[in-house]
Write a protein that binds this ligand. Sequence first.
Ligand code: THU
Length: 141
Amino acid sequence: MKPLPEIVARLKSHAQNAASKSYSPYSKFKVGAAVIGEKGEIFTGCNVENASYGLTQCAERNAIGAAIAGGLHAGTLLTLLVYTPGEQVCSPCGACRQVMHEMMAEESQVISCCDVDGYKTWTKKEYLPDPFVSDRTWNIA
Ligand code: THU
């Protein structure tokens, strides 16, 4: 795998391009995301809002959807980067974290960046310690 700063730089430029296409007339908050697969394939998404606010689609989930439609398999996505213009990084919402958890690989990372240098990264355990999973079992012992 390529060194992280190289992957971040590459994904960031894709995510910036996606953010520039954001449809966010209500919040005016542009978000772009880019995700990379095992063979270096990159897919992007931006947030798409609606007059019925609750129908808004987040950039992260749109990028993941594009990756799945493009042929990547659930549980194999390696790095997902979120970009928001400005000087503060955006923290992925809870719904996106649940979807990321199912689609990202075990040793994957989620990264958030903005227009200042540096970025924040999360592992799966960090962004969603107690995911809802399909067998719904929970060991309370
Ligand atoms: N948004 C995302 O695209 N990703 C997130 O992780 C958080 C929020 C979008 C949804 C909405 O269009 C705008 O940001 C403000 O909430």
